[in-house]
Design a protein around this ligand. Structure first.
Ligand code: UD1
Length: 369
């Protein structure tokens, strides 16, 4: 059992910030020496800096500036500078979150240096090995000593892969801590009004998965389907730079009624999502946020690593066939969509449970060998 005094918390890409902010704050409030490292996987103001302000998170102690590249190159670019950062700070624990390339790279560095590694949001599985995130999830979990899961399906997946129960701690959903902490402030700004929309009378779209946006035929089919939906329900589409790039490269036209805007910061996005009639998305995190908000979510993917949002929440995994979208939206408009309930331990205190678990000391894989 190692006792933890110094922790390096890693963030790299947009979905990491809201997961790590409450963990970082809870660890600091226990008096630990906490370092925040940003790999720079996401670097645009609207993909990164704005989140630190919105979430009240301090500026990172180190910014590794790895930028965009192929998956392997991006992962490789994290390894050396993060290794050097660990050599200098000498943390007892490296904490990573989620399933992006930076998550896997930093877990690997920690494991190779003999530092304990903890994974926030461990145990999620889509079962789809074509997703880069699935590779990151599985490999990160197997390199980690402490697996901090958001829900019981995470525990089940890890146990089924032969991971010993002493490595698993169910803490709940850290991202929902951020949502609960900031929702009131997000609702105070007139988010929908800024875009000429009335609360409850619009939908929000996000699309960025390679499987939906990298192939021109698929992307243009989705845009056309969204255009047909927008005749009945105006759609707001904060667009990921990857998706904007694909639309511009292929010279695709954007249908009337589908309002393309720049990526939104955390508070602005939370405000428009909370007041939407429905969400159409291929994001992972938004499936959870809509469940927490009680907003119906149609997920434009064939699988989800977050099945609890379907069994308990407001999510429907619709698939990526554009033809299915109109009928599904019509159904939500007719019935109001799924109501759902909020899963256990999505209560705003997951970050504190992470800190409690970390302060209790960590058994490591190395000492069990
Ligand atoms: C990454 C994550 C994905 C997550 C998503 C959230 C991996 C494998 N993927 O995907 O799991 O859901 O972030 O947004 O880690 N770009 C910019 N500015 C930025 C960042 C990216 O313009 O600040 C553009 C670049 O052209 C880049 C492209 O977006 O090539 C893709 O960025 P990248 O970080 O490779 O993957 P995401 O699609 O953002």
């Amino acid at each position: 059992m190692i006792s933890v005094k110094r922790v390096t918390c890693v963030v790299g890409a947009r979905p990491n910030f809201m997961k790590m902010a409450p963990v970082h704050a809870a660890l600091r409030s226990r008096g630990l020496d906490v370092r925040l490292v940003h790999t720079g996987q996401h670097y645009d103001e609207r993909m990164s800096a704005i989140f630190f302000d919105d979430l009240g998170m301090p500026r990172p102690d180190a910014f590794l500036g790895v930028g965009s590249a192929s998956h392997a190159v991006q992962t490789a670019r994290v390894l050396e500078p993060f290794d050097a950062d660990c050599a200098a700070f000498e943390p007892d624990l490296v904490l990573v979150a989620g399933d992006v390339n930076s998550t896997l790279a930093c877990a690997l560095v920690g494991a190779k240096r003999g530092i304990a590694v903890g994974h926030v949001e461990a145990g999620l599985r889509s079962g789809d090995w074509r997703m880069p995130e699935e590779i990151n999830r599985v490999l990160t979990d197997h390199a980690s000593d402490l697996l901090l899961t958001p829900s019981s399906d995470g525990d089940d997946n890890l146990l089924a892969e032969g991971i010993a129960s002493w490595r698993i701690a169910r803490v709940g959903n850290c991202m929902i801590d951020s949502l609960r902490a900031h929702l009131e402030r997000a609702l105070q700004a007139d988010g929908p009004g800024r875009f000429g929309l009335a609360p409850g009378e619009y939908g929000v779209v996000t699309l960025h998965r390679p499987s939906n946006v990298d192939e021109v035929g698929q992307l243009s089919g989705l845009l056309a389907a969204l255009g047909r939906v927008a005749r009945d329900l105006p759609l707001l589409f904060p667009i990921h730079p990857r998706t904007r790039g694909r639309i511009e490269d292929a010279c695709l036209s954007v249908p009337v009624g589908l309002q393309l805007i720049e990526p939104l910061g955390y508070l602005d996005f939370l405000g428009v999502m909370a007041q939407a009639r429905l969400m159409l998305t291929d994001s992972g995190g938004i499936q959870e946020e809509t469940t927490a908000l009680g907003v119906p979510c149609l997920t434009l993917r064939d699988s989800t690593e977050r099945p609890i949002t379907v069994t308990e929440g407001t999510n429907t995994v619709l698939g990526s066939d554009p033809a299915a979208i109109e009928a599904a939206v019509a159904e939500v408009l007719r019935t109001g969509g799924r109501r759902g309930r909020i899963p256990d331990l999505w209560d705003g205190h997951a970050g504190e449970r992470v800190a409690t678990r970390v302060c209790a000391g960590i058994r490591t894989l190395a000492e069990r060998a």
